[in-house]
Design a protein around this ligand. Structure first.
Ligand SMILES: Nc1ncnc2c1ncn2[C@@H]1O[C@H](COP(=O)(O)OP(=O)(O)OP(=O)(O)O)[C@@H](O)[C@H]1O
Ligand SMILES: [Mg+2]
Length: 279
């Protein structure tokens, strides 16, 4: 559904002086897939999302979104509709005076009949549990609610993929859980592909695939239980594994025999309890 072929990107003026922001990226994202994208600051995560959303166009190579090349200027609106983007700060994406108008914003630009817009807005608001907030001014909502409104605005456009750039970075734990659960549900129930950029490994343990970028290159990718158990690699990049993986590594050093692909806290607790019973 999204495909990057030999993709490289240099920010203007960067070519002679330093490394490209991205280079040699080959990646295919499939329909309904949940992909988590991690990497140190400056590794190219945001740049990659912007290339998928046609906010940037490749310096080398190509990006294809549902068979459309992102350099095809006539079809940029279509690409952006297929790949909606959610940013870190919800305040920067909410523009209207009520939640209802905000969700409708993208649809208005498509010049749809107002009855159809109203129906689509009510449908996504109900799906995201925002019905009771439709007449509220967005700036009065909590961070988690604002992020859900931003997601609703993207979802109203019936995208195939939602690109999220650290969507929970500004949220408290409850807001973070709220957004993660919402997106996970949409991924499962609406067959929506998700590319989720995060610095929190815990948010990525339920992904179908984890990708790690470093200095503009794709370093590794695979199922979370494989990628996150390579602590040597993660630590060498200045990253950390999920809490359960880090703790399990310490416990193994102390002689605990734990499964090698353990990744969830619950699995660790379960293993420790059965280990306790055995010993
Ligand atoms: N507008 C810009 N102009 C020039 N260079 C840029 C610009 N935006 C990003 N870069 C450079 O491109 C590289 C990749 O940046 P990018 O924002 O994609 O990283 P990131 O992985 O999203 O980092 P973070 O975790 O801090 O959000 C970095 O070296 C950065 O300095
Ligand atoms: Mg970024």
């Amino acid at each position: 559904m999204i495909e990057a072929r030999n993709l490289a990107y240099y920010y203007p003026g960067e070519e002679e002086v330093s490394l490209p922001a991205l280079s040699g990226i080959n990646l295919a994202v499939h329909r309904g897939e949940y992909l988590a994208l991690l990497g140190p600051n400056g590794s190219g995560k945001t740049t990659l999302l912007k290339l998928f959303n046609a906010l940037l166009t490749p310096s080398e190579g190509e990006v294809w979104v549902k068979g459309i090349s992102t350099v095809d200027e006539d079809k940029i609106t279509e690409v952006r509709r297929y790949c909606g983007m959610i940013f870190q700060n919800p305040d920067n994406q909410l523009v209207a005076t009520t939640v209802e108008e905000d969700i409708a914003f993208g649809l208005e630009n498509l010049a749809l009949p107002s009855a159809e817009i109203k129906k689509k807005v009510l449908d996504v608001a109900s799906l995201l549990g925002l019905d009771h907030l439709l007449q509220q001014p967005p700036h009065l909502l909590s961070g988690g609610e604002k992020q859900r409104v931003a997601i609703a605005g993207v979802l109203a456009m019936q995208p195939l993929c939602i690109l999220m750039d650290e969507p929970t970075a500004m949220l408290d734990p409850a807001g973070r859980r709220d957004v993660i659960e919402t997106v996970g549900r949409l991924n499962r129930e609406q067959d929506l592909a998700v590319i989720h950029v995060t610095h929190f490994p815990e948010e990525a343990v339920f992904a179908d695939r984890v990708i790690i970028l470093n200095q503009g290159s794709l370093v590794t990718q695979g199922p979370p239980e494989i990628v996150f158990n390579d602590l040597k690699l993660l630590h060498s990049l200045g990253l950390q594994g999920p809490a359960a993986v880090e703790l399990a590594a310490l416990l193994r050093k102390d002689g605990f025999d734990l499964p090698s692909q353990l990744i969830h806290s619950r699995e660790l607790v379960h293993s420790l309890c059965s280990w306790e019973r055995k010993s």
